[in-house]
Design a protein around this ligand. Structure first.
Ligand SMILES: [Zn+2]
Length: 75
C-alpha cells in the first residue's frame, strides 16, 4: 500500500556543459589560430599562446605572442 509514496526521479540534473572543453573555461582561445588548426589557447598570466595542433595530447606548449602572430598570418 505504498502507491502514493513513489519518489519518482530525484532532482539531480546531469551536468550538460561537458560538451564544451572544460579545460578552456579558465582561459582564452584565439580563434584565428584555431582556424589554422592550432590549439590557440592563451595562457592569460603570461600572454603566451599554445601553438600545438588542435586537440593535441599532453599539456599546452606556450609560445611568445610574436610566434603566434606568425602562425596566425599563415607564414
Ligand atoms: Zn594547447
Amino acid at each position: 500500500m505504498n502507491a502514493g509514496s513513489s519518489t519518482s526521479t530525484t532532482g539531480q540534473a546531469p551536468h550538460r556543459a561537458d560538451n564544451a572543453r572544460r579545460d578552456l573555461s579558465n582561459a582564452n582561445v584565439r580563434e584565428d589560430l584555431a582556424e589554422k588548426g592550432r590549439c590557440g589557447l592563451v595562457h592569460l598570466p603570461t600572454g603566451r599562446t599554445c601553438l600545438l595542433p588542435l586537440r593535441h595530447h599532453g599539456p599546452c606548449e606556450f609560445h611568445r605572442p610574436q610566434e603566434a602572430e606568425d602562425v596566425a598570418k599563415g607564414s
